[in-house]
Design a binder for this molecule. Structure first.
Ligand code: MLC
Ligand code: AMP
Length: 506
């Protein structure tokens, strides 16, 4: 049966013996094995009651099985819902309650802790363990390798990825088969991926970058990936001679630049370094070029839109810019209030339209409507300008968002937790320059008169509730927060006051 996304992958498949991935432990999976394993896993999902359109949530460590689970969901017509492994059970409870998945797939050690919140959401817990332990892998092993893909049209959902909200709770971005397929196709073309490419994949696979940009590009190019559990500079240097490409967040490049093994010689087999998910400092771009002779290619995207722009493969990769709109994507700069288009060089809201742009937020029609213009452009929340040569520059964010090491962190969520603590009047959470992570989370807190609450108590209280990467790395106590005449906290003043707390030269 026609299955829009998986048919596109099948149509590009190389001979079954070709390598799809190799893990850091030396395990390999060929394209033929991928077809069989994802087919068996799709059969296991169906046996567990998954119907077309059902959500399948997954909070699992990075593994080839997790990729098979993603493909199995696509093939079974389910909607894949990956979740950051750092999320606490409290955070998980919200996602499950909102998305009401049929299944929640976790690592065996998490089964007990996740069961209560899954139960409340009416979901069944499955583990992605090993064969012989009653896990999904076990059920998959009993399934035939041939699976008749469930029919899915271009507009049917393939995945929901949650993006935190500047106000209120996280929103589930609904991504269709066509959203994912169109973006993979255009990126393969733009970045010249072929079956000869070997990508170092060291990103997590619960976000757009590692799951769609990296994995789908490899699948659509019939290429191979060196599938690393996590980013480790020593490993990267040792893998370079076997690879042709690396995709990473700016922190990857910052950390690699500190490694003595990064040289022109050690990177000579690499044809393409890609950076995205957060701004790459011009100084990083320049230093990389000086050390290796390679110009990092920076691109810009987001959960809701996949990738929107890229610096050119051939032609100038301009430091400090995110390049040109991808083929098929319209990008304009508009007045943030009125939506009126602005001219070249003027700073305004970046708005995009195209086959890459999502179908809306899961069960939030009002929020969806509020973020689209009547002519179909999506309001990204990023502020930017287009220069005379058409290059897009991101100059700031219209949304109150911190990006640390490529992870989005919404201050509002942390402020709500801190404000709820006894002895706290109010707080403001800001991102300030951090030499390694780009931005570091800083909390500025006003205590009630006489209250003795200190940084340790704050950390202890939020520790259980918020994922570790969201925790403030610096906490300051003040008498008052600066406010404008409207009473709004002036975060720009706070960012200025605390800009040196993580010394950039550290
Ligand atoms: C880890 N920690 C972080 C962090 N990552 N803190 C803040 N921000 C981060 N990004 C914390 C851990 O909780 C831990 O805290 C300590 O740092 C060390 O943990 P680690 O696991 O050893 O971290 P490390 O491996 O060094 O991870 C850093 C990283 C990783 C940069 C390699 O965060 C990473 O892979 N980031 C990629 C994120 C990504 O894929 N983003 C794409 C989103 S999609 P402690 O105190 O307990 O030691 C998107 C769209 C688009 O944005 O355009 O692509
Ligand atoms: P996410 O919601 O996790 O997908 O994060 C998307 C956000 O990351 C975008 O809206 C931008 O603010 C930011 N982003 C992604 N790529 C870049 C880039 N190359 N430069 C600057 N910001 C980026």
């Amino acid at each position: 049966m026609p299955n829009f996304l998986f048919d596109a992958i099948r149509a590009r498949m190389p001979s079954p013996a070709r390598l799809l991935l190799e893990t850091d432990l030396g395990r390999t999976i060929s394209y033929g094995e991928m077809l069989e394993l994802s087919g068996q896993m799709a059969g296991a999902l169906v046996e567990r009651g998954v119907q077309p359109g059902d959500r399948v949530a997954a909070q699992v460590e990075k593994s080839p099985e997790a990729i098979m689970l993603y493909l199995a969901c696509v093939r079974a017509g389910a909607v894949f819902l990956p979740l950051n492994t750092a999320y606490t059970v409290a955070e998980l409870g919200y996602f499950l309650g909102d998305a009401t998945p049929r299944l929640v797939v976790v690592d065996p050690l998490k089964r007990e802790t996740v069961a209560p919140v899954a139960g409340q959401a009416g979901a069944r817990v499955e583990t992605l363990g090993r064969r012989g332990d009653g896990s999904l892998m076990d059920i998959a092993a009993r399934q035939p390798a041939a699976f008749a893909d469930v029919a899915r049209a271009a507009e049917d959902l393939a995945a929901i990825l949650y993006t935190s909200g500047t106000t209120g709770r996280s929103k589930g971005a609904m991504l269709s088969h066509a959203n994912l397929a169109s973006n993979a196709e255009v990126l393969v073309e733009t970045w010249r991926f072929t079956g000869d490419d070997v990508l170092i994949h060291a990103l997590p696979i619960f976000h757009t970058h590692g799951l769609f940009v990296a994995t789908n590009v490899v699948l659509f190019a019939a290429a191979a990936m060196l599938f690393e559990q996590k980013f480790d500079p020593d490993r990267m240097i040792s893998l370079f001679p076997r690879a042709t490409s690396l995709m990473g967040v700016p922190t990857f490049y910052v950390r690699l630049l500190q490694h003595a093994g990064l040289t022109q010689e050690s990177t000579k087999s690499i044809r393409l370094f890609v950076s995205g998910s957060a701004p790459l400092l011009s100084e990083t771009h320049v230093a990389w070029r000086a050390r290796t002779g390679h110009a990092i290619l920076e691109r810009y995207g987001m959960t809701e839109t996949n990738m929107n722009t890229s610096n050119p493969y051939e032609g100038e990769r301009r430091a400090g810019t995110v390049g040109l709109p991808l083929r098929g994507t319209d990008l304009r700069i508009a007045d943030p209030e009125s939506g009126a288009p602005l001219g070249r060089g003027e700073i305004g809201m970046i708005e995009v339209r195209g086959p890459n742009v999502f179908r809306g937020y899961w069960q939030m029609p009002e929020k969806t409507a509020a973020e689209f213009r009547p002519d179909g452009f999506f309001i990204t929340g990023d502020l930017g300008k287009i220069d005379v040569d058409g290059y897009v520059h991101i100059v700031g964010r219209g949304k109150d968002l911190i990006i640390a090491g490529g992870y989005n962190i919404y201050p509002k969520e942390i402020e709500s937790e801190i404000d709820a603590l006894p002895g706290v009047v109010e707080s403001a959470v800001i991102g300030v320059p951090h030499p390694d992570l780009g931005e570091g989370v800083t909390a500025v807190i006003v205590r009630s008169p006489g209250a003795a609450i200190g940084a340790e108590e704050v950390m202890a209280a939020i520790g259980e509730r918020l994922a570790r990467f969201k925790h403030p790395r610096h906490i300051a106590f003040v008498d008052d927060l600066p406010r404008n005449t409207m009473g709004k906290v002036q975060k720009n003043l706070l960012r200025e006051a605390y800009k040196d707390v993580f010394d950039r030269r550290a």
